[in-house]
Design a protein around this ligand. Structure first.
Ligand code: ARG
Length: 455
């Protein structure tokens, strides 16, 4: 393609390091779409003849059909998807194929293709995240009253409901979707027509190509257009955050599935057995989601480091932008699908959750709050009295609500019979009616609202 000036062909090592076709073939649909928009604009502006434009467009359609049927041929000599397609076009329609590259460079071409690809990737992720939200909502609704121990420091803290716990992940996914939506909005500018770096002397219409490719507008600085990979980084950062959330959820499932917890039975479809320990049911899918988060974060770091030292405008380092984005996307799509499947099919052992919530003095705060409310006692003092009640219950080996009233009165005479009504786990969660609290009524209200949000 630069044969005019170079006498010798590249060394085979150069061919190997230079070629991006093994991975950028994934951009073929976007590359064809970008070329079709460009050629239509060139003809409309009178930069090339209508006949040439028609031949080029028909050729591109045929190439698309070939790629669809047989895949993209990987020819390292042709370097990348742009050259593979252009050379096939020349085979099909002859010298007029050469007019396609008028007023454009691979620099603006690849920036455009990659943006289009990332935009599609975001749409795919969004659809997956909506599916995950629906799964979380359905299981939360089913378990809005199911009491479980709530933890801080992974120590039993206060009773909560399983529905509330699942809805916490709904909120995380809601923020993930908003981050991807932001990323998409910022990516919505078309670099095509920035050419190599300085723009072009041909009378192109960048607004027309931007509109044809579904972008809101053309980019406003040609140097920035060919060197900007913020859209890829925005994608990777949103993907990293989403994968962190998926990893935390996966971690909970791993803990919950372990025998000492026994909060869930993971479905066969997402577990594996052991070749030597027949009793085992390993949470492999959840562990891999947790593991994939590390790799996705690595992809984000890789592109940050690639970009951090680059002067304007295009440098070949930027060819390395695509593998981490492709890898992160594949890992994220799989992780979303796996967690959605697990949420949909996991068995929650709510009897076991309730039992543990009742055994861990989890309603101690409710006793302290009652002393504040009914006895007018300052919270710090109430906390102290409650500590003595917990110690007495611990010594007697009973839950708080089974301490005899005589024992409680010995600890503080202001305690009376009414205390038993607040010491049950159901009373405890029902009382947490503050906005965003764990009371089943609050959780159901949020679920109803979320159902509306999702439409
Ligand atoms: N394969 C290249 C990439 O992915 C395309 C752009 C090449 N531009 C250049 N000036 N060599 O970045």
């Amino acid at each position: 393609m630069w044969g005019g000036r170079f006498a010798a062909g590249p060394a085979s090592i150069m061919r190997g390091i230079n070629a991006s076709i093994p991975f950028d073939k994934r951009l073929w649909k976007q590359d064809i779409a970008g070329s079709k928009a460009h050629v239509a604009m060139l003809a409309k502006q009178g930069i090339i003849e209508g006949e040439d434009a028609q031949a080029i467009t028909e050729g591109l359609n045929r190439i698309a059909a070939e790629y669809e049927a047989d895949g993209v041929p990987v020819d390292l000599d042709l370097e990348d998807i742009h050259m593979v397609t252009e050379s096939r076009l020349a085979q099909l329609i002859g010298p007029s194929a050469g007019r396609l590259h008028t007023a454009r460079s691979r620099n603006d071409q690849v920036a455009t293709d990659f943006r289009l690809w990332v935009r599609d990737a975001i749409d795919e992720v969004q659809a997956g995240l909506i599916g995950l939200q629906r799964a979380l909502l359905a299981r939360a609704d089913e378990n809005a009253d199911a009491v479980m121990p709530g933890f801080t420091h992974l120590q039993s803290a206060q009773p909560v409901t399983l529905g509330h716990h699942l809805m916490a992940y709904y909120e995380m996914v809601r923020r993930d979707r908003s981050r991807f939506a932001d990323a998409r909005a910022r990516a919505d500018e078309c670099p095509l027509g920035a050419a190599a770096l300085a723009g072009t002397g041909f009378p192109i219409d960048r607004h027309a190509t931007a509109a044809a490719l579904g972008f809101a507008k053309p980019t406003d600085n040609s140097l920035d257009s060919v060197s900007d990979r913020d859209f890829a980084l925005d994608y990777l950062m949103a993907a990293t955050q989403a994968s962190l959330h998926l990893s935390r959820l996966a971690e909970e499932f791993i803990i919950w599935a372990s025998q000492p917890f026994g909060f869930v039975k993971l479905p066969d479809a997402y577990s594996t057995g052991s070749s030597i320990m027949p009793q085992k049911r390993n949470p492999d899918a959840a562990e891999l989601v947790r593991g994939h988060a590390g790799r996705i974060m690595g992809c984000m770091t890789a592109l940050c480091v690639t970009m951090k030292g680059l002067p304007l405008a295009y440098s070949k380092d930027m060819q390395d932008d695509k593998p981490p984005v492709f890898e992160a996307h594949d890992l994220l799509a799989l992780s979303i699908a796996a967690m959605t499947g697990m949420i949909e099919t996991v068995t929650f052992r709510t009897d076991r959750m309730r039992g543990l919530a009742e055994s861990g003095f989890a309603t101690a705060t409710d006793l302290a709050d009652w002393l504040v409310r009914e006895g007018g006692i300052p919270f710090r003092e109430a906390h102290h009295i409650t500590g003595r009640a917990v110690a007495a219950a611990e010594a007697a080996g009973v839950p708080l609500d089974q301490l005899p009233i005589a024992t409680l009165k010995e600890i503080d005479a202001r305690i009376d019979d009414r205390i038993y009504a607040v010491l049950t786990v159901d009373a405890s969660v029902a009382s947490r009616m503050s906005h965003g609290g764990t009371a089943p009524a609050q959780v159901r209200a949020r679920i109803a609202q979320a159902q509306e949000e999702l439409g």
